[in-house]
Design a protein around this ligand. Structure first.
Ligand code: DGY
Length: 321
């Protein structure tokens, strides 16, 4: 009988993925549907051949050192700012992620937020539930048209491109800002490359699709928010710290911009003081990839990566340089 690996899974993921893992591994899954406490994570990685972890687990030097026997940490996410890949590489530990399978779900969520804010969907739903609807009113819940407007896309990787492609039906002009000109994006969307300040000044809707790195931390702060139109709507489905949340609360409160749609937060799961009191923000709890199909695909991909690494192969979605 071939060796069964000893694996830890830091939180329950969709069943088909766990079933596949169980065929090859003796595994322990965090039984609580909550983020693992730091001390538990440090204890549970010990003696494991591999770990399937989440974006909510901080996989830093301390954890990687505690996981003395691990050959791989397979992240159940496309983003990997939670992992010290550089240090893992020095220790010879493989790191992998789940790119591609959540592109469409995340792009769809950015549109869901854009429409929810532009057409005040959540605010008016709340109004109805509170029994306040007393008939059609010419001035009730005036929002903003989307068709024909200018869409600013910051970061045009897989998700930014998919998001922009979906704008076609709304006859929008597309501006984009990126680390470099992206001819493929332009061919697919008709988007025009501009510098960040021009994008901020000219766009009606601005959507963030950059990974979190020291370069993108607080990419949108007080200065950038001031450059935006007073009617602008900001959408963030990337990572919370890309936006300076304190500056955002101020901009939303003081009408520097019109609204925001957020799926991610600077200090998740905390939400910046003041944000929840504002009607011009729609806030979802980091669910952009949360569809049945997508989360299952992410699970299968994370397991495939894990099994490849355990079997001595380079995983298909390896992040080590
Ligand atoms: C990711 O995968 O990075 C998303 O933020 C969660 O699905």
């Amino acid at each position: 009988m071939s060796k069964r690996w000893n694996v830890y899974v830091t939180r329950e993921i969709p069943k088909p993925a766990l079933d596949m893992l169980a065929q090859y591994c003796d595994m322990e899954v965090n039984p609580e549907d909550c983020v693992l406490k730091r001390e538990v994570l440090l204890e549970k990685v010990q003696g494991r051949d591999g770990v399937l972890c989440l974006l909510t687990d901080r996989i830093d030097k301390e954890v990687l050192d505690a996981a003395r026997d691990a050959v791989i940490f397979s992240n159940y996410a496309v983003g990997f700012d939670n992992i010290d890949v550089e240090y893992a590489s020095t220790r010879g530990i493989l790191i992998s992620n789940t790119p591609g399978v959540l592109t469409e779900a995340t792009a769809e969520m950015a549109w869901a937020l854009l429409f929810a804010v532009a057409r005040r969907v959540v605010e008016s739903d709340r109004y109805n539930r509170e029994g306040k609807f007393n008939g059609w009113g010419p001035l009730h819940f005036l929002g903003q048209n989307v068709t024909g407007k200018t869409l600013g896309v910051i970061g045009v990787g897989r998700i930014g491109t998919s998001f922009a492609k979906k704008a076609q039906g709304f006859e929008m002009k597309i501006l984009y800002s990126n680390t470099r000109v992206n001819a493929d994006f332009e061919a697919q969307t008709g988007g025009k490359y501009v510098d960040l300040d021009t994008l901020l000044q000219e766009s009606d809707f601005i959507s963030l699709h950059v990974p979190l790195s020291p370069k993108t931390k607080h990419l949108i702060s007080g200065r950038e928010l001031k450059l935006m139109k007073k009617s602008a709507i900001l959408i963030n489905t990337s990572r919370g710290p890309v936006v300076d949340e304190k500056a955002l609360v101020k901009a939303l409160k003081e009408g520097e911009i019109w609204g925001a749609g957020l799926d991610v937060y600077e200090k998740e799961p905390e939400i910046a003081p003041g944000l929840a009191e504002l009607n011009n923000v729609v806030m979802c709890p980091h669910i952009a990839s949360a569809t049945e199909e997508t989360r299952t695909k992410m699970g299968m991909m994370a397991v495939e990566n894990l099994l490849a690494g355990l079997g001595g192969k380079i995983p298909p979605n390896c992040l080590n340089p």
